[in-house]
Design a protein around this ligand. Structure first.
Ligand code: SF4
Length: 231
């Protein structure tokens, strides 16, 4: 039997993290990548200083049956924990829809988690050849894009999202990335402008300025059935 899910924190109520549903977010502890702009650096280590017991989370969810509609497993990188799949089943048995936020760090583990999810917010870091400059991990681009293929083949509802810090991303590369996603059949794409208040890499500029890019956003809006620009 696998160990209980390591949970680094929780947001008890959100309307933003699962489309159209009242949800809570469970932040899974631990990540294998080191994205320079990561805004949850406290969730990267395998063990956190403010962990919740999984049994506490379940007790909370039992009290919210009939009030909340979905539970989103976020991180960190949830799919790195063997116990995620079982935790998803427990949540489903309580009557909740299951959401997953992931960057698909390990494609086989991601594919396994995918089979337990109703909706996925999938983090496309960058073009595969550009990923390492963000994640600082060799091979991260291949893993990220392999997992994306699993997602698109699965039929599970999803949104692809890319976080942009303009110090790490050229607008031209974002356009190439979007066209590549379009060719793969991605229909829902969001660009999220980075939150600079807290980032893993202290060397990264605290501002992410770029001239307004109306033509780029218009082109992206035409490429996808649904496109969102998010701050
Ligand atoms: S932003 Fe990067 S380092 Fe931070 S949790 Fe996500 S994948 Fe891991």
């Amino acid at each position: 039997m696998s160990r209980p899910l390591r949970v680094g924190g929780m947001v008890p109520l959100t309307t933003l993290d699962y489309p159209g549903k009242l949800a809570c977010v469970v932040f899974c502890q631990g990540c294998a990548w080191r994205c320079r702009y990561c805004h949850n650096p406290q969730l990267i280590a395998p063990r956190g200083s403010d962990e919740l017991e999984w049994s506490q989370v379940l007790a909370f969810l039992q009290r919210r049956q009939g009030l909340l509609e979905a539970v989103v497993f976020s991180g960190g990188e949830p799919t790195l924990q063997d116990s995620l799949r079982g935790a998803m089943e427990e949540v489903r048995a309580l009557g909740f829809q299951v959401g997953l936020h992931s960057a698909g760090i390990k494609p086989a583990a991601f594919a396994k988690a995918l089979s337990g999810a109703d909706w996925v917010g999938f983090d496309v870091k960058a073009l595969a050849e550009d990923c390492q400059a963000i994640t600082r991990v060799v091979g991260s681009g291949a893993a990220n894009w392999r997992s994306l293929e699993h997602l698109l083949a699965s039929g599970v509802e999803y949104e692809c999202r890319t976080t942009v810090h303009w110090h790490l991303f050229e607008p031209e590369r974002l356009l190439i990335l979007a066209r590549r996603l379009h060719r793969l059949g991605v229909r829902r794409f969001a660009v999220q402008r980075v939150r600079t208040a807290r980032m893993l890499d202290p060397q990264l500029p605290g501002i992410s300025l770029q001239a307004s890019l109306p033509e780029l956003w218009q082109t992206l809006g035409e490429l996808f059935a649904e496109f969102v620009l998010r701050d």
